[in-house]
Design a protein around this ligand. Structure first.
Ligand code: FEO
Length: 402
């Protein structure tokens, strides 16, 4: 059954949601599924705006039939070639032999890598500022390299002031029936999965996101149509732009503390819990405590993008760092996490290596400030270490209050 929606005169949502796949990119949990957005602009010429992941192919096909009726599309604009949007491009080309593909030079190169057919005859290569008239409507293109792949561009429909923003402003999660953020209580129900998507998928490329945001300052936008998640109307857009500004500058959204720990038998866990209890007693209200052996690292990364302070606690293992903590720090480095104040707590029963190793990995992240000296535990925290712990808690509580 088709499920399309006119989002602006002659601009249609034709994407679809999947709730079967357990993960995105075969690694990020999708407890609420995933939306693969696509659009169609009907004018004298018809432009399809990206396609969808293969998992929702059937729904997309039905939507295309419904939106096109007996017309043929003239263009397929490829803002992003990653297979969660581009896997279906080959099939679309087979179905519509006259269809022209519109994208950047890099998109063309990637087409040849992903597919075996020659696109030379049907590819319309566009660059920054190029336009594509469709009749009454017109598309203008902005290069947005590395948001999230090098070939990415944004397309802007100038008469309706609609921005097709590729992965930017997207989120994890299937569409909840609503299509626009203002159709739900989005600040409570949506931002967490938008942040988790940004931090893990685009987080590494803050400078490039900043460059893209600068370009957007020069245009009037009434609607943002990302390739995942809900759509943004003008009245809510400041929220999205402001969050993207924080995240891409690696600045915390708010003062608060993430306590991320790994623990084999509970001794390190009890220090983490104690840290949280003491912080709360000092009036810190925003604290999140996460067990790295239980919580997927993508959620931890997301919370780290949100809050100003971080407490890391982990045991030594095989004379190295417990794997779950190593994994988190590796991800933090890979995603360019920076500008956080961090407390290090390490445990080891005979040769505690974890504090040194954690500190070393943190030093490879930019502008990380280690708060105080690392707290070294030998098997379990002892009464005579209470002062050391309190000093660290005080420093964090004070930092959060500033
Ligand atoms: Fe939604 Fe970078 O693909």
């Amino acid at each position: 059954m088709q499920s399309i929606r006119e989002i602006s005169p002659d601009i249609f949502y034709v994407g679809a949601s999947d709730r079967k796949l357990p993960t995105f990119e075969n690694q990020y949990p999708l407890p609420r599924g995933m939306a693969y957005n696509a659009y169609a602009i009907l004018d004298e010429k018809i432009a399809l705006m990206d396609t969808v992941d293969i998992s929702v192919k059937e729904q997309y096909e039905q939507n295309l039939v419904a939106v096109l009726k007996d017309r043929m599309p003239d263009y397929l604009v490829i803002d992003h070639m990653e297979p969660d949007h581009g896997a279906f491009v080959g099939e679309i080309c087979g179905r519509y032999p006259e269809l022209k593909l519109v994208g950047t030079a890099m998109t063309k190169r990637m087409m040849a890598q992903f597919f075996d057919f020659d696109v030379t005859e049907r590819f319309v290569e566009v660059k920054e500022g190029d336009t594509l008239p469709l009749g009454k409507k017109e598309l203008r293109f902005f290069a947005a390299p590395m948001v999230h792949w090098p070939e990415v561009m944004f397309s802007y429909e100038t008469t309706s002031r609609t921005l097709f923003s590729a992965d930017a402003f997207g989120a994890f999660g299937a569409l909840p029936g609503a299509l626009f953020v203002d159709e739900i209580n989005y600040k409570q129900q949506y931002i967490d999965e938008m942040r988790r998507y940004y931090a893990n998928i685009v987080g590494k490329y803050g400078d490039q996101v900043q460059a893209a945001l600068k370009k957007l300052e020069a245009i009037e936008i009434d609607m943002i149509c990302p390739l995942h998640g809900l759509l943004w109307k003008r009245q809510d857009m400041d929220c999205a732009l402001s969050l993207y500004n924080y995240w891409s500058k690696y600045e915390p959204e708010e003062a608060g503390v993430v306590i991320a720990y790994a623990s084999m038998y509970g001794h390190t866990a009890s220090v983490a819990q104690k840290f949280a209890d003491m912080l709360a007693q000092k009036g810190v209200k925003k604290i999140t405590v996460l067990d790295l052996s239980k919580v997927n690292v993508s959620y931890v990364i997301s919370e780290i993008f949100r809050y100003s302070h971080l407490v890391l606690a982990a045991p030594t293992y095989n004379m190295g760092l417990f794997a779950a903590m190593h994994n988190l720090l590796y991800d933090m480095q890979a995603l360019n996490v920076q500008k956080r104040k961090v407390v290090v707590i390490g445990n080891g029963s005979w040769a505690p290596q974890s504090p040194v190793l954690m500190q070393k990995m943190l030093e490879e992240c930019k502008e990380m400030e280690i708060v105080g000296a690392p707290l070294v535990i030998k098997s379990a925290l002892k009464e005579n270490q209470q002062g050391e712990l309190e000093a660290l808690v005080d420093a964090v509580a004070q930092g959060v209050a500033e």
